[in-house]
Design a protein around this ligand. Structure first.
Ligand SMILES: [Zn+2]
Length: 252
């Protein structure tokens, strides 16, 4: 087995490990999104509750003040009956009118506060509905994650052992290069060489499509303990058996 053969074995199992893990990762990401949505709904609910409480407290305050106003009006009306002269009567009447205006402004304020409370209560109902819906989605996402984790657990353990075995026969330097490429390219650490035109000796990298210098291809033959990288994307190059056979007669 050449280094390239060993790398290809690792490449295949590494991709399987990554694809299995990504099935769990996507479920984890989905659950996180749901959790964040739920957090924002909870925040909305807290703000709504604070505002509703504030508005209701405002209403209670205004009602207390209106109570005092009414008591004062009743008192003034009694005083009006007892008025002994025009001047006194006019003064009392003027105060009654002023205080009535004040009462009116309180009524208007209460109306505004009550409208706000109604709006806040409507919003609260909407928040509750969204929270219920989101909770269901969250539950589904949690279950999905559990299922996926258990589904892959056994297979992943097997593949990880297989991956370790495949990695064990590869020299450290080559392995580091492979791992770093695999991380950068989401598992696509290697790329096959494509024959564009055999006669004209034109070849390209299947991953990045770049035309490869002839030297990259010819040096693929006869090497055992080394590998060739794509000059553009750096991926480790390999030849499919068919391509190898097709190219070999011209390169021998
Ligand atoms: Zn490339």
């Amino acid at each position: 087995m050449t280094l390239i053969d060993n790398l290809l074995t690792l490449y295949k199992v590494d991709r399987q490990v990554r694809s299995l893990r990504s099935r769990v990762e996507s479920a984890q990401i989905y659950l996180k999104v749901q959790n964040r949505e739920m957090d924002s709904i909870t925040l909305e609910r807290t703000e709504n509750e604070v505002q509703t409480k504030q508005r209701k407290a405002n209403i209670a305050n205004i009602e207390t003040e209106m109570g005092s106003v009414d008591t004062r009006i009743d008192y003034l009306r009694e005083e009006l009956k007892k008025a002994v002269n025009d001047k006194q009567y006019s003064a009392l009447l003027a105060e009654v009118n002023t205080i009535k205006e004040l009462r009116k402004s309180f009524e208007e304020e209460i109306l505004i506060e009550m409208t706000s409370v109604e709006e806040l209560e409507l919003a609260a109902a909407d928040i509750s509905q969204r929270a219920d819906e989101r909770e269901k989605v969250e539950q589904v996402a949690e279950n999905e994650l559990k299922v996926r984790k258990s589904e892959i657990a056994e297979q992943l353990a097997e593949l990880e052992t297989e991956r370790s075995t495949a990695a064990a026969v590869i020299p450290e330097e080559a392995l580091n290069e492979f791992d770093s490429l695999a991380d950068d390219y989401d598992g696509e650490a290697m790329a096959a060489i494509e024959i564009i035109d055999l006669k004209r000796k034109e070849y390209s990298c299947t991953a990045c499509s770049l035309r490869l210098p002839l030297e990259s291809v010819t040096s693929m033959f006869g090497i055992k303990d080394n590998f060739v990288s794509c000059v553009s994307c750096d991926r480790i190059l390999y030849l499919e058996a068919e391509s190898r056979e097709a190219i070999a007669p011209t390169e021998k």
